[in-house]
Design a protein around this ligand. Structure first.
Ligand SMILES: Cc1ncc(COP(=O)(O)O)c(C=O)c1O
Length: 358
């Protein structure tokens, strides 16, 4: 997903090796082990259910989340779109957080594909509590569009990688279920939340009806996401994945990298979190920079109004120093740590920002 308010810069390939790329955790390149596994992957036609590597990945994902089934999808956006389609009927509303990905960055698929209307609510740190949601649930009268789904995001990207407080997420699920409303989780970065909370993903997501998570973010795979849920839900998901053009045939070449990401990726996320904290600690000492909330995982969002620059100028000047960041509003910058940027890279990035604004 592009988060720049301006057109995202295309970086020349000769330059990319020298830059510290903190635009997103989606920019990682496959590791040598992933490339080997991709080259050697056993494959078959996944539309016929015959790709052994995809089947293995789906099985491992279901086991990891303690669910009946899982489906491999090309992108997180497709996973969310499919889940919303299954949970809702056209003409219903979907309650989500105002800065959420499904509302802002999924090309209005919630309306376009599912025929629903978003009902966004602002939540402190990107988290909605049950009492906020309850007030927005449509009364059960025939002349009001009914609430078809509540969708939460954990970690919350635009709120700065914030982790959903577990009791709050559980209360939302219990409250929505009591009202007969399903709850989907956009868990693009749920493994970051799991590491920050010190609890397995199966435990922190168990009350949700469906969960989408990405392999292609902090876990380091080049492509792919999974949707997990009940057997019946995933059977329906296969129909919509095909309808959206997501039947990828010999997709085992991608799933092979995904399996490594799923098994190995979570083990090193604490390093990304420590690097994000290192950057945040340094940034908050700089004049003109204000952090937007606490840094809990691998994302740092900060306000640069006090520097006298807008975000487009800030990111352009930083790029001249071989550091890439995203402008997410005219006054806010987002930086994201990941497996392809080590502590040395973070030190270089911090030094470049310090030099630029002093
Ligand atoms: C919170 C969140 N959900 C979903 C997505 C969509 O993932 P993809 O880029 O694979 O479509 C992203 C991507 O940045 C995201 O940050």
């Amino acid at each position: 997903m592009s988060t720049s308010v301006t057109k995202p810069e295309r970086i020349e390939q000769t330059r990319i090796a020298a830059v510290v790329d903190l635009r997103s955790d989606t920019v990682t390149k496959p590791t040598p082990a992933m490339r080997r596994a991709m080259a050697e992957a056993e494959v078959g036609d996944d539309v016929y259910g015959e790709d052994p590597t995809v089947n293995k990945l789906e099985q491992r994902a279901a086991e990891t989340f303690a669910r009946e089934a899982a489906i491999f999808v090309p992108t997180g956006s497709m996973g969310n779109s499919i889940a919303i389609k299954i949970h809702t009927k056209p003409g219903q509303e979907v309650i989500c957080e105002e800065r959420g990905h499904i509302f802002n960055y999924e090309m209005a698929m919630l309306s376009f594909f599912s025929g629903c209307m978003p009902r966004p609510i602002f939540g402190e740190n990107g988290a909605l509590n049950w009492s906020d949601i309850k007030k927005k649930i449509a009364p059960g009268i025939y002349y009001r569009a009914q609430t078809g789904l509540v969708s939460l995001e954990n970690t919350h990207n635009m709120a700065g990688g914030t982790v959903y407080p577990q009791a709050m997420a559980d209360e939302v699920c219990d409250g929505a279920h009591a009202a007969g409303i399903p709850v989907h989780l956009d868990g693009a970065r749920i493994f970051n939340a799991s590491v920050a909370l010190g609890k397995p993903v199966a435990e922190i997501t168990k009350k949700f009806d469906s969960v989408m998570f990405c392999l292609s973010k902090g876990l380091g795979a080049p492509v792919g996401s999974l949707l997990v849920g009940s057997k019946k839900f995933i059977e329906q998901a296969r129909i919509y994945r095909k309808a959206l053009g997501g039947g990828m045939r010999q997709a085992g070449v991608l799933a092979a990298a995904g399996l490594i990401a799923l098994e190995e990726g979570p083990k090193r996320l604490h390093e990304d979190h420590a690097n994000a904290k290192f950057l945040a600690d340094g940034l908050q000492k700089l004049r003109g920079i204000k952090l937007n909330g606490k840094v809990e995982t691998n994302i740092v969002v900060f306000d640069i109004s006090g520097t006298g620059m807008d975000s487009a100028t800030f990111t352009r000047k930083l790029m001249e120093k071989n550091v890439l960041a995203s402008g997410i509003s005219p006054t806010e910058i987002r930086i994201v740590t990941h497996t392809d940027v080590d502590r040395g890279g973070c030190e270089r990035a911090l030094a470049a920002i310090t030099e630029m604004i002093s």
